[in-house]
Design a binder for this molecule. Structure first.
Ligand code: 0X9
Ligand code: ZN
Length: 759
């Protein structure tokens, strides 16, 4: 077995270098309050570590706080810094032309308060509000609904400002709790406004919206709108772009980043040791009164189940971990709820919020509140980065306060419903869209929340016609939180509706949550294999396409040598061969024989997909930087119905699975089915510092159908009295029912039908 030359081990961005670069990004500590006039916010996507380092060195302030090669980075710069960047050839795009002018406009507007033409109690949300105005508003909620609201001072800031929390609930004390906290970062003014909007709407609709009544009757909702009062006040009075608290660091600099000061993996990646930096972690974990107060609030409320920590900007719904790219426990549940929140947000004003775990989605940040809340307290904790995506950044127009509140209000309902349920139910392999006649095993996972899943009463309910009652199929417990069920699928061509039901210590729970009003659906079909390739011999695949420029790790058909990035085994039972991007050497480094320097394309032979129900199916492997900083690389898989003249995307693989994944696509869903189809796999290494390994095996073209059942005249998949009625109704004619094709429906046909019926 030959071994390809070992690829050079890539340089990865090290955080210590990055922190070094951030040293230059000093905060204003002395002199006149900064007015930022003429400052710009620029965006650039650093193409190399050198560019990233240079940009951070030249910038005056990092707005996006993301600092990764290949990811957009927003930086505030004065004219001189901008010129230096341009001279150095950094590809910057101007996002905001004059930060100071935006701030001045905002100040002028705030100096002459107006209700913005907004009627009713939402007029308060016409513009941003000060620390004092927010506290006063909290008292108004209590006056409006003393039965529902309590405001408490949960502690003091460094400069002795009260940190206030409002409890909104009609549930008994000690019921499950959900905490929304905002404004750990002072300049992110939309965050306290959004927290206040949530409070306002809960109070307003507590007696009218049944969904809210359910939540408030069963849970304690806690809202801490201003977690960093000193910083917030300072951002109004002195420096609009202040982020941290107001700790005097003793060396002429001020402020600790509260969201780097929590005692969970404190001092790890993405936090600075330099007191001048915007991400300064503080001298030790929980060194700051503000984080201590919030910590003690958690410790005093052991009933808390969920939390959102509001920030801006970026439009992101982030789940733990922030300190590592490794997945957090119960990641399927956490990310599922995060995505459901993002979907609910989108439905309101069609603003896209990207959901995902913090580390891989944004950048590493250690010592954050959500990591502590999840890691130390087991609270399902999310960071939401509110509007916008950089057009105005922290100086968001006031007109966006209410729309932001409206979309986030839907997200908090989703979070509440999903985390207050007795248990969460998920399907380990998703909902099968297609199964063969017979039966299919369904693997189920449960996560105990307020209740505990019980084995007796666990049932999969199914039916294959809307007018039938559901039939029970038992679910068996196979391990802690893992279950197995059988989904019967007796009739080819039918469509199954089904759902899952568990009895729990807190009542019943179903998947979907509102079953049987909604159900899961699965179609039953037989598949015919039109083409199958296990790659044991070459059935006509070629490597190479116009524009391919990878210098190493080209597609090759081999019995793979496993590395941590590349598979050790192919997927097909018979044989050992598959296509991978470069053969790995036994025992070699992860980076050995991955794709380097560009793209490499694997193209299929021509495939006959003229059957309108053709399905393309393959097993694919994709790994991208296992365990290291992820990047923008991805593997497009494309299909052509004209022999390769033009291509349409089947899927863009970005998931760092590092395992074989089977995928199926109905050709007609993507392109018109023809006899001249090709499929290609484009593995590419575009960003630096990445490690891309791909594989393909078990390639098949299937067609769907059901064998014709002799005598099934109404095509319902079985023979019954209604088929008999059709035959008798056509007696003596040429059909339907002329089963022996004699030209007349007669006794011979009747005998065939009855034989099929009883046989
Ligand atoms: O960096 C932060 O603290 C947050 N972004 S911001 O721009 N608002 O400062 C993101 C925090 C996400 N949480 C973790 N990374 N743990
Ligand atoms: Zn923030």
């Amino acid at each position: 077995m030959d071994t390809l030359p070992t690829a050079p081990v890539r340089r990865r961005i090290t955080r210590s270098l990055l922190v070094g670069a951030l040293l230059a990004v000093a905060t204003h500590a002395h002199g006149a309050p900064p007015d930022y006039l003429g400052d710009k916010v620029v965006r650039l996507v650093p193409q190399s570590f050198g560019q990233l380092r240079l940009a951070l060195t030249l910038a005056d302030d990092v707005w996006s706080h993301g600092a990764t090669v290949g990811q957009p980075l927003d930086l505030r710069v004065d004219d001189e810094s901008l010129r230096s960047m341009q001279r150095a050839g950094l590809p910057v795009e101007i996002l905001i032309n004059d930060v100071g002018a935006l701030i001045a406009d905002e100040k002028a507007r705030l100096d002459t308060p107006s209700d913005g033409g907004i009627a009713g109690d939402l007029a308060w949300f016409a513009d941003f509000k000060t620390y004092d105005q927010i506290n006063a508003k909290l008292q108004e909620f209590v006056i409006a609904r003393p039965d529902l609201c309590t405001v408490t001072t949960i502690g003091q800031s460094l400069e002795n400002r009260p940190i206030k929390a409002i409890r909104i609930s009609s549930a008994p004390p000690g019921s499950p709790g959900i905490l929304f906290n905002a404004c750990q970062h002072a300049r992110e003014w939309i965050s306290p406004m959004t927290a206040m909007y949530i409070a306002n709407q809960l109070v307003d609709t507590a007696s009218t919206d049944p969904a809210i009544m359910d939540i408030l009757d069963s849970a304690e909702i806690w809202i801490i709108p201003i977690s960093n009062p000193d910083g917030y006040q300072y951002s109004w009075d002195v420096n609009r772009l202040w982020r941290k608290n107001r700790r005097n660091n003793g060396n002429g600099t001020f402020g600790v980043d509260l969201n780097r000061n929590w005692d969970y993996q404190w001092g790890g990646a993405g936090a600075s040791t330099n007191p001048a930096d915007e991400t300064y972690r503080g001298p030790f974990a929980f060194s700051e009164p503000e984080t201590q107060v919030l910590r003690d609030f958690y410790l005093a409320h052991q009933n808390l189940v969920a939390n959102i920590d509001f920030h801006s900007y970026g439009q992101l719904v982030l789940s733990p971990w922030g300190y590592t790219v490794d997945p957090a426990p119960n990641t399927a549940f956490m990310e599922g709820v995060g995505q459901a929140m993002a979907d609910a947000i989108f439905d309101v004003h069609q603003f896209t919020y990207t959901a995902g775990p913090i580390g891989p989605t944004l950048y590493l940040a250690s010592g954050s509140s959500v990591d502590w809340a999840y890691g130390n307290q087991g609270v399902f904790s999310y960071t939401i980065e509110l509007r916008d995506t950089g057009q105005f950044g922290f100086i968001l127009p006031a007109a966006q306060i209410i729309p932001t509140g409206e979309e986030i209000y839907e997200a908090i309902k989703v979070l509440s419903v999903e985390t207050l349920k007795p248990i969460a139910i998920s399907l380990m392999n998703g909902v099968p869209s297609l199964v063969a006649p017979g039966s299919t095993t369904i693997d189920i996972e449960t996560l105990n929340l307020a209740g505990e899943a019980l084995a007796p009463g666990a049932t999969l309910w199914w039916r294959d016609a809307a007018d039938e009652p559901f039939t029970a199929s038992p679910i068996t417990n196979v391990g802690p939180g893992t279950w197995s069920a059988t989904l019967p699928s007796p009739i080819c061509g039918s469509s199954l509706s089904w759902y899952i039901e568990f009895a729990t210590t807190m009542g019943n729970a179903t998947l979907p949550a509102d079953a049987p009003a909604s159900t899961l659906s699965t179609d039953v079909f037989e598949t015919d294999t039109a083409f199958a390739d296990d790659f044991e011999s070459n059935l006509g695949w070629t490597v190479g396409a116009a524009g391919d420029n990878a210098t190493a790790g080209l597609w090759v058909r081999v019995d793979p040598n496993g590395t941590s990035a590349q598979p050790e085994n192919d997927t097909t039972v018979a044989g050992t061969m598959c296509f991978v991007t470069g053969q790995g050497a036994v025992g070699a480094a992860d980076g050995a024989a991955d794709v380097d320097g560009g793209t490499t394309t694997l193209v299929s032979p021509v495939l006959d997909c003229s059957d309108p129900e053709s399905i393309v199916q393959y097993d694919r492997w994709y790994s991208n930087n296992l365990g290291a900083t992820p990047n923008t690389d991805s593997m497009p898989i494309q299909i052509s119905n004209n022999g390769g003249s033009s291509w349409v995307q089947l899927e863009l693989v970005t998931e760092n699975a590092g395992t074989w994944v089977t995928k199926s696509f109905r050709v007609a869903d993507v392109v018109a089915p023809t006899a001249n189809v090709r499929v290609r796999f484009v593995a590419r290494d575009l960003g630096s510092g990445s490690l891309v390994e791909a594989g393909v095996d078990g390639f098949r073209v299937l067609s769907l159908g059901c064998p014709e059942l002799l005598g099934d005249l109404n095509g319902d998949g079985s023979i019954s009295a209604s088929d008999l009625a059709i035959l008798l109704g056509a007696w003596g004619t040429s059909g339907p029912g002329d089963l022996d094709v004699s030209g007349t429906v007669d006794a011979a046909d009747l005998a065939l039908l009855l034989g099929a019926w009883t046989g």
